[in-house]
Design a binder for this molecule. Structure first.
Ligand SMILES: [Zn+2]
Length: 267
């Protein structure tokens, strides 16, 4: 049997240690073997596809507003090593999503049903929460397996690795686990509060989803409902988290007036 030298294990140990990233509030750490640079380049190619298949709004006032709210929250998140991009897609669908590397999209269908800036902050905060937690990267890691990941981490970019990453992207597009969604809710509620928005905005947003579910008028909501845990469960969990955010000491906004002006632009 071939002897494996201790230096091998020492280098593996340091490799793992160096690759622990902060993936949530309170210094939460996860083992991330796919580099930020690789993640951003995957995100960039997905973003390119999305923007060629959907119409990005040409209303610059609307686009700037959504981007401004998003940047304000992202800046205070646990992940500031990447550049965030927030874009509005013209579609009646009631949904929003995040690609790896900080490319975040929200549909005009969702912007039309919300009525204050705190609710928008909840939407964007949730998506930032997925990016901070590296949910898509973690899924990719699961699919690729340790051998491919080690070769990626060691900088060996073979044809096999490229193919494996290609397969992994398909998995990312299938969506996240329920546990991931609850974590993104928690992260989002935490970050939006940090940015000065009342976390009640997230409860209000989920209340709207629930109302639409009951009214069975949710053709445009189907995708969101299918990819997320039951709305009632999300409300219960966020309500449990809010007391830990120390709201008493904070002056928090709903931003009704600001949003009213923007909403009037949505036809
Ligand atoms: Zn989500």
């Amino acid at each position: 049997m071939r002897k494996i030298y201790p230096t091998f294990w020492i280098s593996i140990f340091f490799l793992l240690l160096l690759n622990c990233a902060t993936t949530g509030p309170g210094g939460k750490k996860s083992l991330i073997l796919i580099s930020t640079q690789q993640e951003v380049s995957i995100g960039k190619s997905l973003a390119k596809d999305i923007e060629s298949q959907n119409k990005v709004t040409d209303d610059s006032i609307l686009a700037d507003y959504v981007n401004r709210v998003g940047q304000k929250i992202a800046k205070l998140s646990d992940r500031t090593d990447i550049e965030y991009h927030f874009k509005v897609l013209e579609s009646p669908e009631i949904n929003a999503f995040a690609c790896p590397g900080g490319f975040i999209y929200v549909y005009t269908g969702l912007l039309k049903i919300i009525d204050n800036e705190a609710q928008l902050a909840a939407v964007l905060g949730h998506e930032i929460g997925h990016v901070v937690a590296r949910h898509s990267v973690k899924r990719l890691q699961q699919v690729l397996g340790i051998q491919v990941l080690l070769s990626i981490a060691l900088g060996e970019s073979s044809e096999i690795t490229r193919k494996a990453v290609g397969i992994g992207i398909g998995v990312i597009l299938q969506g996240y686990s329920r546990q991931n969604e609850f974590e993104a809710d928690y992260n989002g509620a935490y970050y939006m509060t940090k940015a000065g928005y009342h976390p009640q905005g997230m409860i209000q947003l989920f209340g709207k989803f629930e109302e639409m579910e009951k009214g069975r008028k949710h053709t445009f909501l189907d995708q969101l409902l299918a990819s997320h845990p039951p709305t009632a469960d999300r409300i219960v969990r966020v309500k449990q988290h809010i007391p830990s955010f120390n709201l008493n000491e904070r002056k928090l906004a709903f931003g009704e007036e600001e949003y009213r002006k923007i909403k009037s632009r949505l036809k």
